[in-house]
Write a protein that binds this ligand. Structure first.
Ligand code: CA
Ligand code: CA
Length: 491
């Protein structure tokens, strides 16, 4: 009898232990901004699956990337090290492997998030764009193949084979255009792909992730899924364009002379080209279509999770690498420090922990993800991490605190980085030449009116400036000696 009880006890405690080990579904999306319905910055958007995810998560409605560009933002999330310490503030191309380990001394031996989970008994699987790569640059990838148990396809060319080449849109798009097209190729455009969704792009990455969720492994799963749309080119199947008839497409709020009290972003020629060629609505339509396309892929992941054995025991986190402009402040894409550029969708569901369905304006920096996932999974937080765990916000999203978000970026031609901080209401941007911008997001969500010269706000400015680092790492350069430099030409 005694033996029986002991063996029963051992079996039960082993299964309790296994049940306590939560899986992680880690979804990363490229260039997706706050237009989605739970963040409500574009009336008429069709994103039912983001609503569905929002209803079963805590929605962080005031989350910001660590840097407003793909490469630095992603390195910061995956290492937990903020750009102000690593010196990686901008995109750096032509890498074939984790060249960031050689770009930044601070990152040389850091433990990547997936690696950390693998080191603690997880099966770490990745697919799609997690570290920086592009659809049209085969073999240009900053991924580190050694930080995963498995990676879908070629980890150093993770997405280019999935997408049709954008040249197919050349003829229509260039007809009658004047001036030099931004990127001087066909990547900055919107057009329907004449193929079934099932045969290309993010659909294939999601197919792979669905298979992974169906498998019953003996280790808990850390599954990273990186979706590439709505990154340019805005090319998806016609069915997604059909959701947005061109006559119903709305442009963002726009104020004439808005930039007079702001620092120039250096990309005004993009907007001039768009306006001269009457492309604004067309490109907005392409971006919206691409968002609905990726919303559909998120829905497929949720369906697969819900029909798998992982359903009740999986942490779900979805984040995007930065915000996006479709002509707001005459800017396109990213590479600035306004709320529109840095605010990112962020949803976290943690079984038994998160108060799901609640939205919070608690300020978050994406470097907070690493320690959050560690705490949720019961893993130690590596010393390298700059962020703070969000677990108490997941339990009690309404709780107020004094925290500030921090986004850093070095503008072209500057010799030092700029920084931006947000609290629940205000946003302060400091440039290295001493110029400042301060916005009241509650009264002026489009950041039209720079309040930095208004003495009524000097206390607010003082409080926010405490979040700006007193010392920032110098921007790193490309290490010519790195074995990860890509020397062969793109095909
Ligand atoms: Ca991006
Ligand atoms: Ca303005």
């Amino acid at each position: 009898m005694k033996i029986l009880i002991i063996s029963w006890f051992c079996t039960v405690s082993a299964s309790i232990y296994a049940a306590q080990k939560k899986n992680v579904l880690f979804i990363s999306i490229d260039d997706l901004n706050d237009y989605i319905s739970p963040l409500d910055n574009h009336p008429g958007i069709k994103t039912p699956n983001f609503d569905r995810l929002s209803n079963r998560s805590v929605t962080f409605a005031n989350a910001h990337c660590a840097a407003p560009a793909c490469h630095p933002s992603r390195v910061a999330v995956m290492t937990g090290v903020h750009p102000f310490r690593s010196g990686i503030y901008r995109n750096m191309f032509r890498a074939h492997g984790p060249r960031w380990r050689h770009e930044s001394k601070v990152l040389e031996n850091v433990v990547v998030l997936s690696q950390h989970f693998r080191d603690h008994g997880y099966w770490a699987a990745g697919g799609g764009k997690i570290f920086h790569t592009l659809q049209w640059t085969p073999g240009d990838s900053q991924n580190d193949p050694d930080v995963w148990d498995e990676y879908r396809g070629d980890p150093l060319d993770p997405i280019s084979r999935d997408w049709p080449r954008p040249e197919s849109t050349e003829i229509d798009q260039n007809e009658g255009f004047i001036g030099k097209r931004p990127l001087s190729n066909h990547y900055f455009g919107a057009a329907a792909i004449e193929k079934d969704d099932q045969t290309y792009g993010d659909h294939l990455v999601v197919d792979w992730a669905i298979e992974r969720m169906k498998e019953k492994g003996d280790r808990p799963l850390f599954l990273a899924v990186g979706l590439f749309r709505p990154h340019i080119p805005f090319e998806v199947s016609q069915r997604w364009f059909d959701l947005y008839p061109i006559e119903k497409v709305r442009l963002p709020m726009y104020l004439k002379n808005d930039l007079e009290d702001a620092r120039p972003h250096g990309r005004i020629h993009w907007h001039q080209w768009v306006s001269q060629n009457k492309q604004w609505k067309h490109l907005m339509r392409g971006y919206l279509a691409s968002i609905s396309y990726v919303d559909h892929q998120v829905g497929r992941l949720l369906d697969a999770l819900d029909s798998s054995s992982l359903k009740k025991n999986t942490i779900v986190v979805l984040w995007t690498d930065h915000g996006f402009h479709i002509g707001e402040k005459e800017n396109w894409e990213k590479f600035a420090l306004w709320d529109q550029t840095t605010r990112v969708p962020l949803f976290i569901h943690a079984p038994g922990v998160s108060k799901d369905g609640v939205k919070t304006r608690y300020p978050v920096t994406l470097t907070d993800l690493y320690p959050t996932l560690c705490e949720l999974a019961g893993l130690p937080v590596p010393k390298q991490c700059d962020g703070k765990s969000l677990v108490s916000q997941l339990r009690n999203p309404e709780k107020r605190g004094k925290s500030l978000s921090l986004t850093s970026f070095q503008f072209q031609g500057d010799s030092a980085p700029s920084h931006a901080v947000s609290d629940r209401r205000y946003r302060l941007i400091q440039y290295p030449d001493g110029f400042e911008e301060l916005y009241d997001l509650e009264k002026d969500s489009h950041e039209f009116h720079n309040l930095s010269e208004d003495l009524n706000f000097s206390e607010v400015k003082k409080r926010l400036s405490l979040g700006i680092p007193t010392k920032s790492a110098a921007m790193v350069g490309i290490p010519q000696s790195s074995p990860y430099n890509l020397i062969r030409h793109f095909r």
